[in-house]
Design a protein around this ligand. Structure first.
Ligand code: GLA
Length: 372
């Protein structure tokens, strides 16, 4: 294709603050240097033709109501186009769209948000729609809710759209205010270990966690109506509900309160240069995700446990929604190669699965190149 517009849309990492976004708390993500590339060209009809390097091709007509597809990845596209059409009726025509990617899928680094936000921002530029970043983030998030079926929070779409090179975003998911923090961990590097497993519980359990948190909050609100979001409820109040909440719900809400506090603390430590202190919080976060929130799995736990005995690794935890995907690790740069070798060997001999280590750097959010 001879594109009019080329979009580079990054994946994201999250340093700490997992399953906190939909509870109105703080998260600490960054956009990364692994990206989805999308080429766009308008056509004068109402037909859209979308081709993906590894998922095949499909077409649809923007004059007919868009329906949820049985082919999973197509729903990211359909959901975003549906949102854009509703936000700007009559301003979009047919288009050609080619998608390629160096972002692994299902690895918890948000290939889905990269695709959604890249499409939203690309269509906005292609048709001069004048939608601002917050509107594009919301269209992308709603595509995930309404077409894909995951009732996700705002973290991924926000990080993918607003990320900055060499920066982390300390994002308040209640107000959407954010602060850019230097992503300086030297002499430590961020290494992801992709388990290459993606247990199919991910979507259903994700939505269940969200419901459990809502239920917990609604019970707490009866006596403490001043709290609108679960992440704001302090640990001492949560603890007073130990015998008043069903046990699983108690575990979930305790995790959320602690993880939000950990994230605020982590941002302080990183800004003070206390990377060791931050690393310790990563291990604590994993413990909470695994034991209380129960979104980890054997493979992730194995990798984090392995790191506890490696002095050159300051912190390690599962990242993203869970049930597979990646761990995120802070590794001394002189040890990175050895670390990749050692963890790959141990993982292969335990699970008979190849591990994929990924050294990541932070990068800018979605970028648009207009071809003249
Ligand atoms: C997924 C969701 C995010 C967030 C994370 C967990 O990536 O899309 O909104 O909830 O899981 O932190």
């Amino acid at each position: 294709m001879n594109p009019e517009i080329i979009v580079k849309s990054p994946g994201r990492i999250n340093l700490i603050g997992e399953h906190i976004d939909y509870n109105g708390g703080h998260v600490l993500p960054a956009a990364i240097d692994k990206k989805v590339t999308i080429l766009f060209r308008k056509n004068p009809t109402t037909s859209c033709h979308v081709k993906s390097e590894n998922g095949g091709a499909f077409s649809f007509d923007i004059d007919k109501p868009l329906q949820i597809s049985k082919t999973h990845w197509e729903n990211y596209v359909l959901g975003v186009v549906d949102g854009v059409l509703k936000a700007r009726p009559g301003q979009v025509s047919g288009f050609e769209c080619d998608i390629s990617s160096d972002l692994p899928i299902g690895a918890g680094i948000s290939s889905s948000a990269a695709l959604e936000c890249g499409l939203a921002k690309g269509l906005n530029a292609l048709f001069d729609l004048n939608l601002d970043d917050l509107q594009l983030i919301e269209i992308s998030r709603m595509a995930e809710h309404n077409f894909v079926g995951t009732k996700c929070g705002v973290m991924d779409q926000f990080a993918v759209t607003m990320g900055k090179r060499k920066k982390l975003l300390l994002l308040n998911c209640e107000s959407l205010e954010y602060k850019l923090i230097d992503a300086d961990f030297s002499p430590y590097k961020i290494v992801l270990l992709n388990t290459n497993v993606s247990h199919n519980l991910a979507t259903s359990e994700y939505n269940t966690r969200r419901e459990e948190c809502e239920k917990g909050l609604s019970i707490i609100q009866k006596e403490h109506p001043q709290y609108t979001f679960l992440a704001d409820v302090p640990e001492n109040i949560i603890v007073s509900y130990k015998n008043k909440l069903p046990q699983k719900i108690y575990q979930r809400v305790l995790y959320v309160s602690r993880e939000n506090a950990r994230t605020i603390k982590a941002a302080e430590l990183i800004q003070q240069g206390d990377i060791q202190g931050f690393g310790a919080l990563m291990f604590q976060a994993h413990e909470g995700l695994s034991k209380n929130y129960e979104v980890s799995c054997l493979e992730l736990d194995f990798l984090v446990d392995l790191c506890k005995d490696i002095p050159q690794v300051l912190g390690s935890r599962m990242m993203g929604g869970g049930f597979g995907g990646c761990t995120i690790n802070l590794v001394n740069e002189s040890f990175v190669n050895k670390f990749m070798e050692l963890t790959s060997k141990a993982y292969k001999s335990t699970f008979n699965i190849d591990l994929t280590p990924i050294l990541v750097a932070t990068s800018n959010g979605v970028e648009i190149i207009k071809v003249v």
